[in-house]
Ligand binder design. Sequence first.
Ligand code: BG6
Length: 528
Amino acid sequence: MPGEKSGGATVFVIFGGGGDLAWRKLIPALYDLFVDGRLPSRFKILGTGRSQLTDDSYRRRLQEGVDQYSAFGKTDEKKWQAFSSKVYFLQTDLGDSRSFAALSRELTAYDESLSEKAVRIFYLAVPPDMFQPIAVGLSGEKLNRDRSHARIVIEKPFGHDLESARKLDRLLGEHFLESQIYRIDHYLGKETVQNILAFRFGNTLFEPIWNRRYIDHVQITVAESDGIGHRSGYYEGAGALRDILQNHLLQILCLIAMEAPISFGSDEVRQKKVDVLRAIRPISLDQVGQNAVRGQYGSGWTRGERVGPYRSEPGVAPDSATETFAAAKFFVDNWRWQDVPFYLRTGKRLPARISEVCIHFRSVPHQAFPGAALADSRPNRLVMAIQPEEGILLRFEVKHPGPSMALAPVMMQFYYREAFRTRSPEAYETLLLDVVRGDSTLFMRSDQTETAWAVIAPILDMWQSVRPTDFPNYHAGSWGPEAADIFIARDGRSWTLPTFLQCREDLATCRVAREPLEQPGSGPEAGG
Ligand code: BG6
């Protein structure tokens, strides 16, 4: 609720405070929470980093980010002054224990000034190789000790495969209890992703049909029209499978497929989600070809602009084998979902930025209507739009007006922006507030991340050991490689085009290049 203050005194220590994540996401989210009156009344933000910044120069820099990314638009000078007077910068060298001693002094001084012990949130907005020196440094100063007041937040990637994820968990576990660790998958902070739980477990209507008897299959799409921007250093080693499918897509699958929790306690919900991951039917190496498809974009058009191939992005190898598109089919082996396929897909440089879940219901068991009445009839479909449009659509059949009996599909639509006059908080606002409150329901538990890695391990292994010979295999601005269409068509199904208006607008301005894709080593752009 706007205006509802959360928690007692809190200090946010942002490692990587001068970096992109702090600039684009964290500080704008904290500012928005402040403007909404939802931060604790006593708080402090301590950005740390190697740069030599004064508090003032740091604040000026952050204000530029907030001007661009705050949900409230350009900062209101008075509000910004009030907010930024609580923001400080501490120059640190993570390899030097004196930096952690200085941090400890700052934190103690803050507690003393309040005559209260503040909750300390250590936010690691840094590359994964920095996790270890930070955990060790904090522990060296005993800043990890107070279980109820010290919390550590880490961003994905949580490792790059099962083994490295276990290693990371062991490292964190040496210094922090699991209850102190908040692993962020920002998709879980999105209103519409949380709404999957509200929709499923707050209504009597849908749960009875939420199973293999009524559902034919489920499609989950996370499509992006952007390329990789300046993130080649990370993305080249990650690819679409690790970057999105292993986390955001599998998390959504869990929310769609999980059993009803007994309560919304964090471990209860997380356990139900892990149960889904554990029930996913393992794919053997020789089944990877039938169950997963990868792609990489070549040149093409997105949003009316000509764009180059992935291999010509700055920092990308001219013969890169990194996938920018991944699709996979999973089965959840339990009573509810046996043999219902879940098709997941994600890609960069697709025609639109759109994430949605589409539940395809089975056809009616017996059609009593004459064939002519059914020419336009379609099975029921429920679409949960996650972004950019937020809402739910239900497609069902009605009688087409007229003298004869003919069925026609119609859509019942719910849009957040129409139904509620309040803005949806950004994912980072929700998640940061949850850390302040000590609620870890929307964060990943170590066994969740590890089981998710185990689910995709065979695909990772296969894709790593066999180089793709057909990259690039889809045009920027198209819906991915033809192989992805063939893959789902083999099951007698097809990908659903995302349904919402925004997408239609994007599609209207998007031209999909029709010329043949450049093959490796050919054409001016192929060599990078
Ligand atoms: C991140 C990925 O986790 O999610 C990015 O690393 C991706 O590659 C981003 O662009 C998408 O997030 P959103 O909220 O814009 O859908």
